[in-house]
Design a protein around this ligand. Sequence first.
Ligand code: PMP
Length: 325
Amino acid sequence: MIGTGLAVYVDYGAMVNRIACRFVLISTNSSSPLFCGTEMSLKVYIAGELVDKADAKVSVFDHGFLYGDGVFEGIRVYNGRVFLMDEHIARLYESALAIRLEIPLSPAEMIEAVNKTVVANGITEGYVRLVISRGAGTLGLDIRRTSNPQVIIIADTISLYPPEMYRDGLKVITASTIRNHAGALSPRIKSLNYLNNILAKIEATDTGCIEALMLNAQGEVAECTGDNIFIVKDGVLKTPPPEAGILEGITRGAVMGLAKQAGLAVQEVAMVRHDIYIADECFLTGTAAEVIPVVDLDGRKIGSGTPGPVTKDLLERFQTLKTGG
Ligand code: PMP
């Protein structure tokens, strides 16, 4: 029985294999964890091949590791479909262009590699992490002395925030760490260097929050550590513009489109913290978070202190969009 399962795995890949694994466990009461562990192993795309997670390795001389020199994307998979793939791939190549990193695959080849990795891992609801690192070089910074940028694709499941956070809303604090100055490292680049965000995230988690608001060097609202921010004020949906020093989130773009479809006025406008405090509603958007209400900033209750009607409506519209509706 186990042998049969293994043969199926070798011939047809992980998706069939996972089904076979379940069958073996149920039908034979097998106590062979190794068999199941082996076949459940994640396949990572690296150097053009799908290899076992344990064999997916990069050089310690890779500048992605030494300097955070590279770019990345996080993409959701819903119903076996890679959600907003074209938008994510476009942003990946824009980020790479900005840091003078030549990706060794064309966008079409990249899309094919992502799809292949998702299928090989049997992911129907999950998350893809696409990483492009500069490649191995010397211990110096010179990109001319690096070679072989690495394309790494990980397709895995993702654990969602608890449902009560979507129902009740989040409490957020403002971090003292300001968002990277666009003239130093533009937040529009989704680079492998996330220390700026990590430092702010530490401030959030230290106070028991999962997100922190980040301001730019002018004291304007930029974004959260891994999410874009929106408010609703007097029936208008407002979010900071790219010039505020934000990552132009793919979910942000999708939600702005949904809001316009719903007949809402949408403004990309500079804001300060006070605008959030006195907003009627507030929510965050991101690939991992999707659309999540915020009900408190720095101990100030936002609006009624519960997720508002516009937020709930957009959350619902997003749920429909992601499932292809
Ligand atoms: N801002 C930052 C700093 C992020 O890391 C993310 C997550 N990628 C976002 C915003 C949201 O972007 P997206 O909707 O494309 O995931």
